[in-house]
Design a protein around this ligand. Structure first.
Ligand SMILES: *[C@@H]1O[C@H](CO)[C@@H](O)[C@H](O)[C@H]1NC(C)=O
Ligand SMILES: *[C@@H]1O[C@H](CO)[C@@H](O)[C@H](O)[C@H]1NC(C)=O
Length: 439
């Protein structure tokens, strides 16, 4: 049953009741129909895999790993990505048993569509039960100083509930030597039971004075790590919580509910000496922001909740939940629309944050099925990168081993925003009245 809703639509200063017809509702249901689509060429596939395999020392080692259950091909799911100077970094969280490697690289010069993944920085870092190595990584981030920052959740077999077998940690590697530069264990008092650290953003003021933000998606917190002082604090805020009305996901006939909090983290360019952290809970259509200066100060980060701001209106009226996000040098925020198999964008310099100011970079039910991670690279001509992985099928259904399930896709940001409200100088279309979603 569908409700007819009466809306009040502001026309030159007076409110006019607006009766929505059923036909209008039906045509404009999903967020995507009302958003301006990019006139660019969309994403190109860089790599695609049905299942992932690794550069084992020998075929005998590989067969042993399969026999012992250390490597169960269908358990392995690429989730996070980064890119730096000809190399792609891929994370594989230990959701299930049989995942031999949690962080790997692939060279961009690989000719194969489905290259083998090489453990990063080496096999020795991926020994099960070794808390001095890497345990279970969701996401990584490359900074302007040529360093790779790794958020290791320390949690394994996550499909059956979060159990920390090792203390969650932040690690940083030098990408010129692939050596560990520093390691920081997150203190116990910043780890409520059930915490899951799934995203990381790196705020470089100088290579020495660097702050790292790590989001706790299940216990709704943000760890701020001060690299120079080698200490961290945990920030909590009601804007880190999921919106209970946006927890239902429906994809490919699978329906599931996620109470996922703070997830997407994107740093703005520095403008007039100020840099913002844009963030959003996954189960939400809202975007929020905070001046990074507030986060840098432990007292203000913890005690001044009003310094965290809501950014305008919800990004979409329906199915606007977003996972990974990133901002380019022009202040354009890109984000993955997990419930629409699409990538969206918003130009932060446009001011208004509402459905009509958001564009669709690309939409594809096959190649963008569950767009999971998204990054903007550090090249002069910036590229936009997306990893899609059909996570819903992996968790609640079954991945078809004969289909391409995981993809790395890319395009240039200039191509991504073409013809959308994210492009500089775009004139906004007139406002549409809000719809009434049927929950
Ligand atoms: C941190 O914030 C507190 C509270 O707003 C303020 O009193 C203090 O001076 C700040 N510290 C620094 C180093 O800026
Ligand atoms: C993609 O999937 C959605 C939801 O199943 C459907 O409404 C839409 O028409 C599909 N788009 C294309 C281009 O097939």
């Amino acid at each position: 049953m569908r409700f007819h809703c009466i809306f009040f639509f502001l026309v030159s200063g007076i409110y006019v009741p607006w009766l929505l017809s059923t036909a209008w509702l039906a045509s404009g249901r999903s967020g995507i129909d009302e958003n301006i689509k990019s006139t660019g060429t969309g994403f190109q596939e860089v790599f695609g895999w049905s299942q992932v395999d690794f550069t084992f020392q020998s075929e005998a080692t590989r067969q042993n790993a399969i026999r012992s259950g250390d490597y169960i091909p269908e358990s392995n799911l690429p989730l996070g990505m980064e890119v730096y100077k000809g190399r792609i970094f891929i994370t594989l969280p230990r959701w299930k048993k049989g995942i031999p490697v949690t962080l790997a690289t692939v060279s961009l010069s690989e000719r194969s569509r489905s290259p083998l993944l090489k453990p990063y920085p080496s096999w020795a870092w991926h020994m099960p039960g070794n808390c001095h190595g890497l345990t279970s990584v969701f996401r990584v981030a490359v900074d302007e100083c040529g360093r790779l920052w790794v958020a290791d959740s320390g949690a394994v077999n996550i499909v059956t509930g979060v159990k920390h077998v090792c203390t969650p940690q932040i690690l940083v590697f030098d990408l010129n030597t692939d050596r560990l530069l520093w390691r920081y264990y997150i203190p116990k008092e910043q780890l409520p039971q059930g915490s899951l650290f799934t995203n990381i953003a790196v705020d470089v003021i100088t290579c020495d004075r660097t702050f790292v933000y790590v989001s706790d998606v299940f216990r709704y917190g943000l760890i701020v790590y001060d690299f120079k002082q080698d200490k961290s604090w945990r920030v909590e805020n009601s804007y880190f919580f999921p919106d209970p009305l946006q927890t239902k996901m429906q994809l490919d006939g699978l329906t599931f509910r996620w109470n996922d909090g703070i997830f997407g983290l994107a740093l703005s360019p520095v403008r007039h000496g100020t840099r913002y952290l844009y963030f959003h809970p996954l189960s939400s259509q809202r975007e929020f922001m905070v001046d990074t200066k507030v986060l840098h100060n432990e007292t203000s980060a913890k005690n001044e909740p009003d310094m965290f701001k809501i950014v305008g209106e919800p990004r979409m009226n329906c199915k606007g939940q977003a996972s990974g996000s990133a901002m380019d040098r022009n202040g354009v925020l890109f984000y993955n629309l997990i419930n629409q198999n699409a990538v969206g964008c918003w130009n932060s310099y446009i001011g208004e944050h509402s459905p009509r100011t958001h564009g669709i970079v690309d939409q594809n039910n096959i190649t963008l099925s569950f767009p999971n991670d998204l990054k903007v690279d550090h090249e002069p001509n910036q590229g936009l990168w997306v990893l899609s992985n059909r996570l819903h099928k992996y968790l609640y259904g079954k991945l078809d081993p004969n289909d391409i399930n995981f993809r790395i896709l890319s395009t240039f940001v200039s191509n991504a925003v073409r013809g959308t409200p994210c492009e500089e100088g775009y004139l906004l279309p007139p406002r549409k009245p809000k719809q009434c979603p049927d929950y």
